[in-house]
Design a protein. Structure first.
Length: 524
């Protein structure tokens, strides 16, 4: 008789390692939205942030701890008293919490990054885990760059961390260097040579520098890992982390091979992927496994013929299994609340009543401009609810003039939350450039435009255009996006969202400075 499948825990680090990816930083309300969607997805652990990295990170971990029910909420800390205490304080309100302490162990990191000898690393790891255990029952330890650490020394550190009280030991392939056979061997070595390893949960954490993060994570499961650290859409440092949707669907689709289960509601994968992509502005490649636009599209005639006969000829998963419920049902201005609600649900989104009412109003307004609304239009409306950085500025009016002769002109009318009404005009190289310059003049915030993209969210002549703007301001990257059937309007609103984010960040810093909530923040 086959053994009962073991449960593999899914530890999501989208809000920590994922957010470390350039251009993927999220504001607190956005992090909360992602955390709620991860809870609905059924992840076991949410790594909500690295509280010592910044005040914003600390506050986000605290907000997730207070507001998100279900999964264990985890915070990352270096093996220092300050980091560990900050993590414990940020997690204090979480009903289930974990402190994740890490310390690099490889010779390269010991020599060039830490300037510490093996003995010092051992002592710091033990002290870090012990202190974390004093403040939190559930402690995870990661020897950073484990895959490039001498095996004997790695085994020594892991054994010491277990003795000091770690309940989970995570083995990171920090630089995405290992290959499946070698990594499986490393896990087998640790299981054979580390005293007490049978008492703890072994975890795996892979980066995708050589495109093997998912394969390396799966091989670790075969070799005994029972927790996988991963991110939605595989976002993360450099080439990213192990992609949650890919690793989960591999375990599910090939369950007879792996003989393990996860607690993931796979029908929530697609909505979670769209949400993270829309919030971070990191597009999902069309051909991405599991959640890419083409993942279930069959172009070749011979494939289409086979799938029509029976889906199993060319499909190893069903689109519905991952929450991709494409329909040819088109909604329009005569569609009622009920039909709209059903479509929103079929697309995998659950909205609170107030949010639903707001999206329904926007749907009606859009249906007045656009004859037919496709799934992509509805998704864009739902993903934007409470997504846009709210205020302080609102666009009250926009006029542009552009032609082939001479510069374009744009006039914007803005309202500020403090009651100011400001109108400014500017010339530019095209109406969008003019509108951006007019907004800078009206708000007094000058930025460096780094990237500007417009793409259609659906097909057709009256398709909506999503504009995404990236700017640099005070050495930080800010991003804004907006959707409209008029791309000058969506571009202008996306730019104004950037200005709002800058003003919100500045206001947050000022109020925290006044309240003196935290000491100075440090980066990794
Ligand atoms: O990649 C890595 O080593 C990490 C650790 C902090 C777990 O992210
Ligand atoms: Zn990592």
């Amino acid at each position: 008789m086959a053994a009962e499948p073991d449960r593999v825990l899914i530890f999501d680090t989208t809000l920590r390692d994922g957010e470390q990816a350039p251009g993927c930083s999220m504001m607190r309300p956005e992090k909360l939205r992602v955390a709620r969607s991860l809870a609905e997805l059924g992840v076991d652990v949410i790594e909500a942030g690295f509280p010592a990295a910044s005040k914003g990170d600390w506050e986000s971990v605290q907000a997730v701890s207070r507001e998100v029910q279900g999964p264990v909420i985890c915070a990352l800390a270096r093996c220092t008293r300050e980091d560990i205490e900050l993590a414990a304080r940020a997690l204090a309100d979480a009903p289930r919490r974990r402190i994740h302490v890490f310390l690099a162990t490889s010779a390269i990191h010991r020599q060039y990054k830490l300037n510490m000898a093996e003995g010092e690393i051992l002592r710091a790891a033990i002290e870090g885990v012990r202190l974390a255990r004093e403040l939190c029952e559930d402690v995870e330890f990661s020897p950073e760059d484990a895959s490039r650490t001498e095996l004997e020394f790695l085994a020594q550190v892991v054994e010491a961390a277990i003795e000091a009280g770690a309940g989970t030991v995570n083995i990171p392939d920090t630089v995405g260097y290992t290959v499946p056979d070698e990594f499986a061997e490393l896990f087998r070595y640790l299981r054979k040579n580390v005293r007490g390893i049978e008492r703890i949960r072994l975890s795996v954490h892979c980066h995708d520098d050589l495109g093997m993060a998912v394969a390396n994570s799966l091989t670790a499961v075969v070799a005994g890992a029972r927790q996988i650290e991963c991110t939605i859409n595989g976002i993360g440092e450099r080439a990213g982390n192990c992609s949650l949707e890919e690793v989960v669907m591999a375990l599910k689709t090939r369950s007879a091979f792996f003989n393990v289960t996860t607690g993931i509601q796979t029908t929530r994968l697609y909505p979670a992927s769209r949400l993270v992509s829309s919030i971070t502005g990191m597009p999902v490649p069309r051909n991405k496994a599991v959640v890419g636009e083409n993942a279930f599209a069959h172009e070749a005639g011979i494939h289409q013929h086979g799938v029509l006969r029976h889906y199993s000829t060319y499909e190893i998963m069903r689109p519905e299994d991952v929450g991709l419920s494409r329909s040819h049902l088109i909604l329009g201005k005569h569609s009622g609340r009920h039909a709209f609600r059903e479509r929103v649900r079929a697309l995998g989104f659950e909205l609170e009543e107030a949010d639903f009412n707001q999206v329904f109003e926007e749907f009606k307004a859009l249906a007045d401009k656009k004859k037919e609304l496709f799934d992509g239009d509805i998704e864009a409306l739902v993903l934007r609810v409470e997504g846009a950085a709210a205020g302080p500025w609102t666009l009250l009016g926009l006029e542009t003039h552009a032609g082939t002769e001479g510069p374009a002109t744009a006039k914007v009318r803005l309202g500020h939350a403090d009651g100011r009404l400001i109108e400014r005009s500017a010339q530019g190289d095209g109406p969008v450039d003019g509108a951006f310059k007019a907004i800078e003049a009206a708000t007094g915030v000058g930025v460096m435009l780094r990237k500007f993209e417009v793409r259609g969210v659906t097909e057709g002549e009256d398709a909506q255009g999503e504009a995404v703007v990236y700017v640099e301001y005070n050495q930080r990257t800010y991003r804004g996006s907006s959707v409209s059937t008029n791309i000058v309007e969506s571009s202008t609103k996306a730019f104004l969202e950037v200005i709002n984010r800058i003003e919100q960040a500045a206001a947050g810093t000022r109020s925290r400075e006044r309240a003196g909530t935290l000491g100075s923040a440090s980066a990794i």
